[in-house]
Design a protein around this ligand. Sequence first.
Ligand code: UDP
Ligand code: MG
Length: 326
Amino acid sequence: MNTAMSDAASDSPRVPPYGGMFSAIVPCRDEREALPIFYAEFLRAMESAGAENFEIVFVEDGSKDGTLEYLRELAAKDSRVKYISLSRNFGKEAAMYAGLRAARGDIAAIMDADLQDPPSLLPQMFREMREGGYDSVATRRRTRRGESPARSFCARAFYRVLNSLSSLKFVEGARDFRLINRRVIDAVLEMPEYNRFIKGMYEWVGFKTKWIEFDNVERCAGKTKWSFAGLAMYSLDALTSFSTIPLVVAAAIGIFFCLLSSVAIVLLSIRQLIYHNSAYGWTSMICVIFFLSGMQLFCLGVIGHYMSKLYLESKRRPPYIIKEKN
Ligand code: UDP
Ligand code: MG
């Protein structure tokens, strides 16, 4: 490290190239094809940022395509490469958590292996953090070009629902890709929950954040690991991790139908007393039963979902298990 340079910028010494160490955390599941491209591109970005003190923490998350073998080779050649291999596929959230825990940098960023979080943004992110004194420099996609219209539509709807149900503000198109300093890293690591949603955690811990935008980049090689059902479940988990309003809605539906039924009881009793004609109405009765049974099951499902999360949290299982690391 160049000490003259770090002395010169002693007011912000913890951001490369003037000091401090940067950790890139890269969760990888079946990324054998993308990794060499990522590695080359990442080194180019470090060079253009003038950063020499960095490490790359690859978290291999249950790959079956030789990703681990490639990482072993890479680590043998380059001492800045660290890898952690998980005992099976634990999911991207668990992999990111494992990486954050292993990172030793003063600042860190989680990056996808497929270049959808462009390393070329890093020099600008370093600069923003250094000069603006930010704790976190976050990225969001301005466009979703190249993504299927159905997925874009669902993503937009998800952010709308999430924002209306949570007191936190979630930025649409936000990536997990953020440059964060030690304060933010430690704050996120202090959240020990099993059901993790890192974008929400970044918002929850707060700190001074700068947003930068970029145009969507398509995956450089390989294919996406997310199925539609997988994304839907992830969205549901995110929603219930950062909001308990669905429970309030369930209770509100219950109160609404109680009020409605008390009015109905009074009106129908009076009608029966006057006209004695209650035999009619089988169809409407069945409709009401179907509707209310559906509502009840829906509300039970909402409560059940929270209970299942409580159950998983209460088991206190580790979010991931490490099989091998260097
Ligand atoms: N990933 C992971 N474990 C998983 C799924 C994904 O580590 O179970 C990694 C994947 O290798 C990639 C990043 O998470 O580096 C983002 O995944 P992907 O590109 O498939 O998601 P998309 O960009 O389509 O949302
Ligand atoms: Mg991707």
